[in-house]
Design a protein around this ligand. Structure first.
Ligand code: F0G
Length: 451
């Protein structure tokens, strides 16, 4: 029904192929670059395939009250803008998306910004934004008859893939860097029945091994080089635009790892604009960790034209990636929207995460780079007080509870990292205290705090 609506267009050389013709590693046979999903007729104002903006806005809102499973998904609710399946009955859903948009009052006040929000993608079924992409790409795998799916991951992709594969009755293979992912994520892959291989390598090494495997076996690759992942991951852009009544915020700030998510959100806003649902795109900025910052370096050195891989080190393990696959797509989004790409230090990440905590919002360290980045942008005068800013929080705080506990115990950061931030950190630390099991001991502890 829908297959004829989409083609894959190479981001590098512009070659177009049918979805079924993609090679197992989703690289262009001509130039080796990545593909993007493209829909015929959307570009032309009178095209017969061009959806009607007013009708769509009404339909998507109506679906929020529907009892149909597909309508209750915050991804498939927007299915007119992701016609990637022959039959939507093949969609594998855990009722992902429809995540909350929270107002951040304390951080806004501290930064002197009127309107600051957090779109919390960690509130998805497996606790990260990956669910929105996984429901899309895994549904394609099921429709195309694959029995096995696989990914290399820093943890969240593998948790999402394992869950959706289990729902669909498919087998899943996970390659993760040994000792470098948070326990919460590893436990999820195990629980959802994935075959989990911990490789004595980093994320980039896991990608290299998996790329060989999928070329030799009938296993469907679910890393974000798979362009269908991005079709699901663009839908938070639709939710954000809808929440702002089809105006868009001035600025969206996104963490950067393998750099697919920033480009997916850019694609989402670009399509809304092309279809006449919104008038403009927000500025989209990408924030990396200082020790895993190849794109930030590239922007500083050559305005995002060339990127040198780095050996990645950061406690924000989700974004511990030195050779991001989708960097060209992300660079386009940043330049097209007038955004920036910056990096932030380990201490800045930890402080920002704890500050979000004081507003009742938990998130993964990788998500907290957004607030840390906003602080830098504000200090550099790149964000003005009247702008509406949205931070994209990508993962749930319980994914990496060790990180949080170590921060509050004072064992997370080294002395050199803490230097210059001691007072800020001390004011945020809330270590648990051990006291006798008597009311007076607890009350004494309270007095101690008050003092
Ligand atoms: N935040 C979290 C919590 C992540 O898990 C990731 C990526 C990112 C941000 C960065 O997104 O790669 O699209 O730039 N995690 C991947 C994984 C790589 O395997 O779970 P990106």
């Amino acid at each position: 029904m829908n297959e004829n609506l989409h083609t894959l267009r190479c981001f590098g050389c512009g070659a177009r192929i049918a979805g079924q013709e993609a090679s197992p590693d989703f690289r262009c046979a001509q130039c080796g670059d990545l593909f993007e999903v493209e829909y015929a007729g959307w570009g032309q104002r009178q095209g017969h395939n061009r959806p009607n903006p007013g009708a769509l806005k009404w339909l998507w809102r109506e679906r929020r009250c529907s009892s149909e499973a597909l309508d209750q998904s915050g991804v498939w609710r927007f299915r007119e803008l992701l016609p990637i399946l022959d039959n939507f009955g093949n969609a594998v859903s855990l009722l992902e998306g429809n995540t909350p948009l929270y107002k951040l009052k304390r951080a806004a006040k501290a930064l002197g910004i009127d309107q600051l929000f957090a779109k919390h993608q960690g509130m998805n079924p497996t606790g990260s934004f990956k669910d929105t992409g996984m429901t899309a790409a895994l549904s394609v795998a099921r429709e195309r008859g694959f029995e096995w799916v696989a990914c290399a991951s820093t943890g969240n992709t593998s948790a999402a893939m394992a869950a959706y594969a289990a729902r669909a009755g498919l087998r899943s293979l996970v390659l993760i860097p040994e000792g470098k992912i948070a326990w919460g994520k590893l436990s999820q892959a195990m629980d959802y029945g994935a075959v989990t291989c911990q490789l004595k390598s980093d994320f980039d090494g896991c990608v290299r091994v998996l790329t060989q495997i999928v070329k030799e076996s009938p296993i469907y690759l679910l890393n974000s080089v798979n362009p269908y992942r991005l079709e699901g991951q663009k839908t938070p852009a639709f939710e954000i635009a809808e929440a702002f009544d089809w105006t868009v915020p001035d600025h969206l700030i996104v963490p950067g790892g393998n750099l697919a998510n920033s480009s997916a959100l850019g694609k989402g806003f670009r399509e809304l604009r092309e279809l006449g649902l919104v008038a403009r795109m927000p500025r989209i900025s990408v924030i990396q960790a200082e020790g895993a910052n190849p794109l930030a370096r590239s922007f500083a050195e050559n305005n995002g034209e060339r990127m040198e891989p780095v050996e990645a080190h950061t406690r924000a393990t989700a974004i511990r990636i030195g050779n991001p696959a989708s960097w060209r797509k992300a660079a386009r989004t940043i330049k097209e929207t007038g955004g920036w790409c910056l990096d932030v230090s380990e201490a800045e990440i930890a402080i920002a995460k704890a500050e979000l905590g004081t507003e009742g919002l938990g998130c993964e360290p990788a998500s907290a780079v957004t607030l840390a980045g906003l602080k830098k942008l504000r200090a550099q005068g790149k964000v003005t007080p009247s702008e509406t800013v949205v931070l994209l929080l990508t993962g749930h705080t319980l994914k990496d509870a060790d990180y949080t506990i170590n921060f509050h115990r004072g064992t997370l950061l080294g002395d050199d990292e803490v230097a210059g931030h001691q007072a800020e950190i001390a004011a945020l630390q809330r270590n648990a205290v051990v006291v006798d099991a008597t009311p007076s001991a607890v009350l004494a502890a309270l007095k101690g705090l008050a003092g």
